[in-house]
Design a protein around this ligand. Structure first.
Ligand SMILES: NC(=O)c1ccc[n+]([C@@H]2O[C@H](COP(=O)([O-])OP(=O)(O)OC[C@H]3O[C@@H](n4cnc5c(N)ncnc54)[C@H](OP(=O)(O)O)[C@@H]3O)[C@@H](O)[C@H]2O)c1
Length: 475
């Protein structure tokens, strides 16, 4: 192969795995000439050979030097390799081959702290750097992902036309936005993934009630999800919940769901969201519950042992105790609380890191292309555009939806608890809702105890200042 004989490429890409290969095809399809390199050269050759008519727009490169030579300066090279040390290794190998105007764009799922560090290194070296979050999985990468950028506006401006061309479109508007400097884009992507965990967990909890509490078969459950996908819950995740519920295993003829082991993995972004929520004191309890639930799901042997020790919980609900409309209402309420927490976390991060995150734009880029895309995100974008400083639960549209559905959430969580059906994420949503509607909480008891054992002082309801109680030498 001879890259130079094909003319200069407008953009480069390193890492032809699932995401990189599909993103490269998407870029080529939109008419941009792209140079590609993969650590294992055979994959580069095979990728080019299998690219069909798009191969004309793809310059396969067997070495990093060839990749650099194939690009028109000032160069831009996308990295699509696993987050962590692979990104650092790739930057270390590539950067010496690049000029000062040439830019590296990390499009993997980096931890935003790493992106902050790499962006700071790039600033010190006087070279441009972008960290972009790309959501939508394989299909999104190929036909239109949601893209969340982080870096300097001038760096974003250099590749924005390509990113906007390949991004998903919501009614013609590209789902690609610069969120702020340095790690802002990867932080937004991380919170997106955290919300994804929570959305999926709440759907799984409702599936559990339909399956174990109401005894419904997978295909019937699939019909229910399909119906919900016509209403306020319309979303990609509800849609695929319906699709997977109705799928049949080719080997056994059984419903696919029944032959899948009940053990869910994770790659870390949900955990990072929960950790940052704790660091920033911006509780994202629904996401935290979802992350914990995945971890508990993987303790299969321990769960089986627990069933032996304590016996399985009763599970089956009384006939008429639950109906599917109530479950739909619970999911609606849980989803609103989850997103209120997610946007609350984004607000806290924006303040803490000086990012000025554009909250309505975040809701907008999530409307298409990404895994959490849903109709409700359009309403969220509108609510945040009206008042981005408010808790989303208090926005008039969502306050009404919560008033209408909070009783359903309450009943579902209560029935599930009574019958031993675990609903940790829905229960966390309900607890948050109740805490955030309680004007007089019980933290006065905590303050009294803290002052009793540690003289930490407390505030009084009737006068300003720090006070001690009548229980120690300070009283
Ligand atoms: N999969 C998804 O749905 C998804 C969605 C959004 C974001 N992401 C993120 O996108 C990134 C890529 O994910 P993926 O699913 O495409 O991964 P993947 O299929 O495992 O591909 C990884 C690619 O990176 C290369 N690579 C691995 N280690 C490397 C190293 N140390 N130096 C250079 N190249 C290396 C591999 O090259 P070889 O062929 O030589 O092994 C391969 O081409 C990750 O950060 C991931 O978290 C994934």
């Amino acid at each position: 192969m001879s890259p130079t004989s094909m003319g200069p490429a407008e953009i480069g890409l390193i890492g032809l795995g699932t995401m990189g290969a599909n993103l490269a095809l998407n870029i080529a399809e939109k008419g941009f000439r792209i140079a590609v390199y993969n650590r294992t050269a055979a994959k580069t050759v095979a990728f080019h050979e299998n690219a069909g008519p798009l191969a004309d727009n793809i310059v396969p490169c067997e070495t990093l030097e060839a990749l650099v030579d194939a690009l028109a300066p000032p160069r831009a090279v996308i990295l699509m390799v696993p987050a962590g040390s692979a990104v650092d290794q790739q930057i270390a190998a590539l950067r010496p081959l690049l000029g000062d105007d040439d830019m590296i764009v990390d499009a993997g799922n980096a931890n935003f702290h790493d992106t902050n560090r790499r962006a700071a290194d790039a600033e010190t070296a006087g070279v441009p750097y972008l960290g972009i979050g790309v959501s939508g999985g394989e299909e999104g990468a190929r036909h239109g992902p949601s893209i969340m950028g982080g870096g300097r506006p001038e760096a974003w401006g250099r590749v924005a036309h390509i990113l906007e061309a390949i991004a998903a479109k919501y009614r013609g508007t590209p789902c690609a936005t610069l969120m702020g400097k340095a790690g802002a884009g990867h932080f937004v992507k991380t919170v997106h993934n955290g919300i994804e965990y929570a959305d999926m967990q709440m759907i799984a909890e409702v599936y559990g009630i339909l399956r174990d509490g109401m005894g419904l078969a997978p295909d019937r459950i699939g019909e229910i999800f399909a119906r919900w996908n016509e209403g306020p819950l319309q979303s990609y995740l509800i849609e695929i919940a319906g699709t997977v519920s109705q799928a049949t295993d080719g080997k056994t003829g059984k419903p696919v769901l029944d032959i899948i082991l009940d053990r869910a993995g994770q790659k870390g972004t949900g955990r990072w969201t929960a950790i940052e929520a704790q660091h920033l004191a911006a509780p994202a309890t629904v996401i935290e519950a979802a992350v914990a639930a995945r971890n508990l799901s993987s303790r299969l042997e321990e769960r089986v042992r627990g069933e032996g020790v304590f016996g399985a919980s009763p599970q089956a609900l009384e006939p008429g105790e639950m109906d599917v409309d109530r479950l739909e209402g619970a999911l609606i309420a849980g989803k609103i609380v989850c997103y209120a927490q997610g946007f609350g976390l984004l607000t806290a991060a924006s303040d803490a890191f000086g990012w000025a995150l554009p909250l309505p734009d975040i809701a907008r880029v999530w409307r298409e292309g990404c895994i959490i895309r849903s109709t409700m995100l359009n309403d969220m974008a509108e609510a945040l555009a009206e008042d981005s400083g408010t808790n989303l639960m208090f926005a008039p549209f969502f306050a009404t939806l919560l008033r209408d559905n909070q009783q359903a959430l309450r009943t579902v969580v209560a029935s599930a608890a009574t019958n031993g059906l675990p609903t940790p994420a829905l229960a966390a949503a309900l607890a948050y809702f109740d805490i955030m509607r309680t004007g007089r909480s019980t933290a006065n008891m905590i303050q009294a105890q803290r002052d009793f054992f540690g003289a930490h002082t407390f505030e009084r309801v009737d006068e300003p200042g720090a006070h001690n109680g009548p229980w120690g030498s300070g009283s």
